[in-house]
Design a protein around this ligand. Sequence first.
Ligand SMILES: Cc1ncc(COP(=O)(O)O)c(C=O)c1O
Length: 477
Amino acid sequence: MNDNRAPDLLCRLKEYAEKDVCPMHMPGHKRTALGGSELPWQLDITEIDGFDNLHAPEGILADGMQLAAELYGSERAFYLINGSTGGILAGIAAAAPPGSRVLMARGCHKSVYNAVELLGLRAAYLLPPADEVFGVAGSVTPQMVEQALEVHWDARLVILTSPTYEGIVSDIASIARVCHTYGVPLLVDEAHGAHLGFSPAFYGGAVKAGADIVIQSLHKTLPSLTQTALAHLSGDLVDPDEMARRLAMFETSSPSYLLMGSIHRCLCLLQERGEELFSAWAARLQLLDERLQGLRHLRVLCHGADSLRSHRGFWGFDPGKVVVSGRTAGLRGPQLMEMLRTRYGIECEMAMGEYVLAMTSPADSEEAILRLCGALLAIDAECTAAPPAAFPALPELPPQVMPAAQARSVGWRTLSLAEASGRVMAESLWAYPPGVPLAVPGEVCTAALVQAVRALEQAGVRVYSDSGSLPDAVRVR
Ligand SMILES: Cc1ncc(COP(=O)(O)O)c(C=O)c1O
């Protein structure tokens, strides 16, 4: 595991634990098992001599971050210990001055919306159309970005997600070129794509494609502990010192060395065995493709009989995602998820509308992949063909009349949907699928929105509000 330029953090923690040093410092467990024997207390330290400082790295952590930058091809990498969430907040704050305009995909993660609210940003939206068969949002295109930048000439940052939760990849190289023509930096939320760019099977990595800021959750698709992530900077449109300052603002001042040790191990694994692991994973997914050719009613996005060519709105796809639709088999996503759980002992990542999402990683054995295939084939054999219902249309984006933070501040009221019509939203409403907000705080609750919420719910689409008071009521002002 050890690399000359980046000494192994976990090994150093272990060596330190064996020394006779009396810990008169945090954490309060003092590396004893007073709190229970299950946890690795011995390795859980704070910034003590020889262990560097996450927010001003110069030693072992700086070496690890340098390794991350070299592996992915960025100019500067930062360890993140509260997931992509902290990196997204910091990246947006570093690139978009408070109150400025940003251009963002409407389906962005809530951390992006939180950044917009916290920084008082003025958001304009990119709206990739939903796929006709699976209902999931498609790729953002360079043309969409160019048109939006022509209209919103004052935009200071473009933000999009690639791959999406369901694995849809956008053409980041072309989008980055468009952004750079306008002198605007591009932030890619690659929370689901830390595994991209190491093998032809998993293509579309945003760092090598030229994005200025890329945020990746190592924990989502690679062997690394939950909460571990990376931020990458490239080019000269974003100031690395400002990024570091913002990270120190959004992340804890007591970072976990266990988490950082896990990040380092994950990077070493990529460096030493990446090629082998990714080609073995790709081979197992090839096997999945072959097995799933046997499905008659269930459809699996870009796997089995389905392929990228059948989806006009997708530029690319991450084969690690297995999105199974029961739409032509008379099954809803949550039903399918429940069948996989109770009958086959398979716990999936999530279900919404008519599909269920199973996530794979290099840590899945061939046996696990075959078990998933076997379960899907067995469920499929019990299904009969069902005519697919059309996806209900989403309403047009409502007009924005005040900043999100102002709309959420004290003074909101909870009213029935009918009474809310014409007022200003004080919370978000999200439709799943396709996982985009129908309205965000500060936008008008139009009559068309009220009608659309009802139509979506009748069609079986879940509409959520932040406060959870739907379907009875919503927060407005
Ligand atoms: C698209 C996307 N971006 C960002 C995040 C936040 O990532 P993390 O959980 O690592 O903070 C998520 C989490 O699910 C996500 O799906």
